[in-house]
Design a binder for this molecule. Structure first.
Ligand code: GUN
Ligand code: ZN
Length: 432
């Protein structure tokens, strides 16, 4: 049995700050806080003196010059693309053909998959990310490799095998029936195995036939608690291609809708170029969006309308979208999200962005009963941010006169250097 009090300034969110007139009621900030963790679960988040009084037998860990927060949630990332991050010069469709498909073919080799899975998970932890929704490749062994390594680290991870039966190299192509059978076997092997869950993962509409999308829908119907993870309306040429491939659909989202792929556990990456009716349909079906600003800027895809998502009550989480995204760091992702919203004429507050990075991501993944903040009973995934990670950050934070300003500075100057420690289910999994 382990009982510990982590002493530090603590910040976590209780609800969406943009949905309340009193922002201060949507988060808890405790200047001298005590996060009490027993056997991997949160049993209290309160002022340190109260924590010490209530749990006199607990071991005390002091975190100095720090900020303790829930671990970050990455709602869209490709682990096989770790080795091709920062590939020059192309937009989505050419980028896929030039860099992505050749790289993903290497995952026919299970040893290669295992090696990349280890590097990938180490990078997540270095970035302070404790949960993620992850694309593997078309090869079932790529999923086995990732889940095996994630289980060893006790991470809460959702992942799935890519389904792709056209418009890709032969070596990456499955068939509708084969993708159904392989996904089904992976669901049986991994879904709800410890902290792991499965996502049915058709890559995107252009690489699946209608028959394959229908098979994806059948998997969701047969396994109602698995996820659906795909891409949607990322790039204008892609949207036009989808329209020509599926003339019977009224739009991109409708292609998925017609195969019954929308719902509370469906997450669509990007969703940049949406029609009004598509916003309505995402809201009606409670589907979620992964906002991936570093990727959207890197591939020149466009500027996501976060304000609209909020107005329409569509849940949004942040995604790095490695390897089109350019950083594993959710802090750097927030930095670019801020700039994307500036270009749209809106200012993304640090309360909103840090909510998106934690509780908002958990809500988008339908996991807020388990992770995302420090309510009693939640799984104790958290990070220790270092206020003096760089001389500039240290200096700049000393000029701050409010929590708002401090958090904004953290999110503009911060990156993996700020992540002093990452804790998973109450155990330290990374230390800088
Ligand atoms: N659309 C289809 N596949 C991909 C991918 O691997 N990355 C991104 N960003 N978009 C996609
Ligand atoms: Zn992606």
């Amino acid at each position: 049995m382990s009982l510990r009090i982590h002493r530090s300034p603590i910040l976590h969110f209780l609800s969406n700050p943009t949905k309340s007139d009193t922002v201060a009621s949507t988060y808890q900030y405790i200047e001298d806080g005590g996060l009490v963790v027993e056997d991997g679960y949160v049993v209290g988040c309160l002022p340190f003196t109260e924590a010490q009084h209530t749990y006199p037998q607990a071991e005390i860990l002091q975190h100095s010059n720090a900020l303790l927060m829930p671990g970050f949630v990455d709602t869209h990332i490709h682990y096989p693309q770790t080795e091709m991050i920062a590939a020059y010069g192309e937009q989505l469709l050419e980028w896929l053909n030039t860099y992505t498909f050749p790289t993903e073919q290497r995952f026919t080799d299970p040893e290669h998959a295992q090696r990349i899975a280890k590097i990938f998970l180490d990078e997540l932890l270095r970035a302070g990310t404790t949960s993620a929704l992850v694309f593997a490749t078309v090869h079932p062994t790529s999923v086995d490799a990732l889940f095996t390594e994630a289980a060893e680290r006790n991470l809460r991870l959702i992942a799935g095998k890519v389904m792709m039966d056209r418009h890709c190299p032969d070596a990456l192509q499955d068939t509708a029936q084969q993708s159904y059978e392989e996904s089904k076997a992976l669901i049986a092997r991994w879904h709800n195995h410890g902290r792991l869950q499965y996502a049915v993962t058709p890559r995107f509409a252009p690489t699946s036939t209608r028959a394959q999308l229908d098979k994806a829908g059948q998997l969701l119907q047969e396994h109602p608690s698995v996820y659906l993870h795909t891409h949607l309306s990322e790039n204008k040429a892609e949207v036009a291609w989808v329209q020509s491939l599926f003339p019977e659909s009224t739009g991109y989202l409708d292609v998925y809708d017609q195969s019954n792929l929308l719902g509370r556990r469906s997450i669509f990456a990007h969703a940049i170029h949406l029609e009004d009716s598509e916003w309505t349909r995402l809201a009606e079906t409670q589907s979620g969006i992964a906002f991936c600003p570093t990727s959207n800027l890197f591939l020149g895809s466009g500027l996501f309308d976060l304000q609209r998502a909020n107005q329409e009550d569509v849940r949004v989480g942040l995604g790095t979208d490695i390897g089109a995204g350019t950083s594993f760091s959710i802090l750097e992702t927030i930095n670019e999200a801020y700039k994307v919203q500036q270009l749209r004429g809106d200012s993304l507050s640090p309360f909103h962005s840090l909510y998106l990075a934690t509780l908002g991501g958990a809500e988008t993944l339908d996991l807020s009963e388990k992770i995302g903040n420090f309510e009693t009973g939640k799984e104790a995934d958290f990070i220790i941010l270092d206020r003096a990670a760089t001389p500039l950050l240290d200096f700049r934070l000393q000029q701050c006169t409010s929590l708002f300003e401090e958090l904004f500075v953290f999110s503009m100057l911060g990156d993996d250097r700020c992540i002093r420690e990452t804790w998973v289910m109450g155990e330290r999994a990374h230390q800088r």
